[in-house]
Ligand binder design. Structure first.
Ligand SMILES: C[S@@+](CC[C@H](N)C(=O)[O-])C[C@H]1O[C@@H](n2cnc3c(N)ncnc32)[C@H](O)[C@@H]1O
Length: 262
């Protein structure tokens, strides 16, 4: 398999990877044959998968618009993915934005498109180590932690296994930011009517370096305990402040929640 020039040697292009598979689902170009084949197989099992990816990305845009209208000017987009359509710094051009991802392709592409940008950057870090992110020199240079920050954890917590205690991780971000900040997330869940399809796709991901852990709505609620939930609360991403006149098909397999820190 030929290695494109923009891919560093540390990137294994022989196994599918969540960041690149999602990039392909959204119509991006930073993915390899192995990622495309993986997604096409997953989509055969669960034909609605591409729509879910698009609905999630649309929710990200709406949540950034909503937070901007609420006065937030600083975003930590954690598990930001490969920059594609609708990046946070495009939706909120005046805001300070730090993209964080564990994936080297996501970060190198993010750094390339943000080179010279005065108030946006991309860093490589693991969200399970909040202190590495909050204390990262590029983060402390750009983000004023005496002012509200929105921590975005969109479609990433379902890659964090239970043993890493995702609710505790969120609590560490919550406790590190000033009151009146926000934590926004979306999370793949189990639903009764999609279980077979989800099970098959989950099995597929199980054989990748990035298995998916879907959770119940109650588990998602546990993750935002201690935050003041922004109405309408924990709902399918498509029901979270939908665009007026929008006609998105409801996507119950991925829930949204946005909370304000005390
Ligand atoms: C499905 S993409 C979501 C991208 C973007 N947040 C969105 O919703 O459009 C998930 C991203 O989370 C990243 N990721 C997974 N585990 C991570 C971790 N422990 N720390 C940081 N990023 C992680 C993956 O590399 C991938 O880019």
């Amino acid at each position: 398999m030929e290695r494109p020039g923009w891919v560093s040697d540390e990137v294994d292009i022989t196994v599918p990877n969540a960041a690149r598979v999602y990039d392909f689902a959204l119509g991006g170009f930073h993915n390899f044959e192995v990622d495309r084949m993986f997604f096409e197989r997953a989509e055969e099992m669960w034909p609605g998968l591409r729509l879910i990816a698009h609905a999630n990305r649309a929710y990200l845009r709406r949540v950034v618009q909503w937070l901007t209208a609420a006065g937030v000017r600083q975003f930590l987009d954690v598990g930001s993915g490969i920059p594609t359509l609708g990046n946070v710094h495009e939706t909120a051009p005046d805001a300070t934005v730090v993209y964080v991802d564990i994936d080297p392709v996501a970060v190198s592409h993010g750094r390339a498109i943000l080179a010279g940008h005065p108030h946006a950057t991309a860093i490589r870090a693991d969200l399970r180590r909040p202190e590495d992110i909050l204390g990262h020199p590029e983060v402390t240079d750009l983000v004023d932690f005496t002012r509200p920050v929105a921590v975005l954890l969109i479609a990433v917590l379902h890659f964090v296994p239970d043993e890493d205690k995702p609710a505790d991780i969120i609590a560490r971000y919550r406790d590190a930011v000033v009151g009146g900040s926000y934590i926004a997330l979306s999370h793949g869940i189990h639903t009764t009517d999609l279980t077979d399809e989800q099970e098959k796709v989950r099995d597929l991901y199980r054989h990748t370096p990035t298995p998916v852990i879907t959770r119940t709505p109650a588990e998602v609620a546990g993750m935002v305990a201690g935050l003041e939930l922004v109405p309408p609360g924990i709902v399918p991403v498509t029901d979270w402040h939908p665009d007026p006149g929008g006609d998105e098909e409801p996507q119950p397999a991925i829930l949204a929640a946005v909370g304000r820190t005390p």
